[in-house]
Ligand binder design. Structure first.
Ligand SMILES: Nc1ncnc2c1ncn2[C@@H]1O[C@H](COP(=O)(O)OP(=O)(O)OP(=O)(O)O)[C@@H](O)[C@H]1O
Length: 337
């Protein structure tokens, strides 16, 4: 649904050049929620703004719903943009208009006749659970309600794609959860494809089907969440399940085991200990709900060096687990197998 190829965007200000997006390839499939996770300054906003051409990329291609936006004449670009909704961290509501007036605004710009507009506004407010607040002004509603107005307004042009720029960053955890649930429901009910940027792991964990990590203008890893979390060396898995650093002990093997879905329900530690009559030392770990699956990561220590544990490691891999042996000599654990 969104195809980004070799995208590059550089800013030049006061003699300084900043490459905000540095050769990004990204594919967002139809109907999925894709999250781009990264710290401040990583280039996330610039990337998102290049998708609807609020920023013109220096080079590369952005194709949304089969259209190469940069190649469209101005009028067609305007129509194509109406099919790409956008929501923002600080909502961007017009303070002098009511909730209904804010949602009506894009419909007025599109030239939708008054009666149809009123019908559509009522429908949209219903969709986001704000029917009772139609006549309120933005100053009279909560942050979560303001974001609901933002979402209703973004959906006015019946977009197939919604871009979300840190939509929950200004909200408390409970309100964040409610807005994320709403986005998930809209994604499912309307078949809406959502590309969101965030610095919050929680957002990715709760609603994303796929994710990418962005750093210094580049995507360092990208793909469907279950694949990413079980990929050896995955930064996302490390961020989601921070494990305690352990002092290297000679003559032992330290292993990170990641398990997704059904594999999470099998007692692999006791099975390993029983099968090989060994003591398995659990150094740390966590199990989390990621979307509708359980994902876990455990750091365990086995007696004997890695060569002596070949059969034990194969036992874990055969059980469908992702197994990473940590290099005991390295100060920071490095993946060696
Ligand atoms: N209009 C601009 N002019 C000059 N530099 C810019 C502009 N917009 C962004 N930048 C620079 O580009 C880099 C990426 O910024 P961007 O806002 O895309 O990152 P981000 O990951 O979204 O961070 P944040 O969450 O803080 O907005 C930063 O170094 C930023 O200073």
């Amino acid at each position: 649904m969104i195809q980004i190829e070799k995208l590059k965007k550089t800013y030049r200000t006061r003699g300084r050049t900043v490459t905000a997006v540095d050769g990004v390839d990204l594919h967002v499939r139809e109907g999925e929620i894709f999250g781009v996770l990264g710290r401040s300054g990583a280039g996330k906003s610039t990337l998102l703004r290049c998708v609807n051409l609020l920023e013109r990329p220096d080079s590369g291609r952005v194709v949304v719903d089969g259209r190469d936006l940069a190649a469209l004449p101005e009028r067609e670009l305007r129509t194509a943009r109406q099919r790409i909704g956008m929501i923002h961290q600080h909502f961007g509501l017009l303070t002098s208009r009511t909730v209904a007036g804010n949602v009506a605004f894009p419909l007025e710009v599109m030239g939708v006749p008054r009666r149809e507009r009123a019908r559509r506004v009522a429908e949209l407010l219903d969709l986001v659970g704000l029917a009772e607040h139609a006549k309120a002004y933005p100053a009279q509603i909560s942050g979560g309600q303001k974001q609901r107005v933002g979402i209703a307004r973004a959906l006015a042009g019946r977009p197939r794609v919604l871009l979300s720029d840190e939509a929950t960053s200004a909200l408390d955890p409970e309100t964040t959860a409610a807005i994320l649930r709403l986005l998930r429901d809209l994604n499912r009910e309307l078949g809406l494809t959502i590309l969101l940027i965030t610095h919050e792991m929680e957002v990715v964990k709760r609603i994303c089907d796929s994710a990418a990590i962005m750093r210094a203008g580049r995507l360092t890893e990208s793909g469907p969440l279950p694949d990413l979390l079980t990929r050896p060396g995955s930064q996302l898995a490390r961020d989601l399940f921070p494990l305690p650093q352990v002092p290297a002990r000679p003559g032992t093997t330290v292993v990170d085991v990641t398990f997704v879905g059904e594999a999470a329900d099998r007692p692999f530690v006791s099975s390993l200990a029983r099968t090989y009559s060994i003591d398995v030392n659990i150094l740390g770990g966590a199990v989390e709900q990621v979307g509708d699956r359980r994902v876990g990561r455990l750091r365990i220590e086995l007696p004997g060096d890695p060569d002596a544990n070949a059969a034990q490691l194969a036992h874990l891999r055969d059980a469908g687990l992702t197994v990473e042996v940590l290099d005991a000599a390295a100060e920071r654990p490095e993946v060696v197998a």
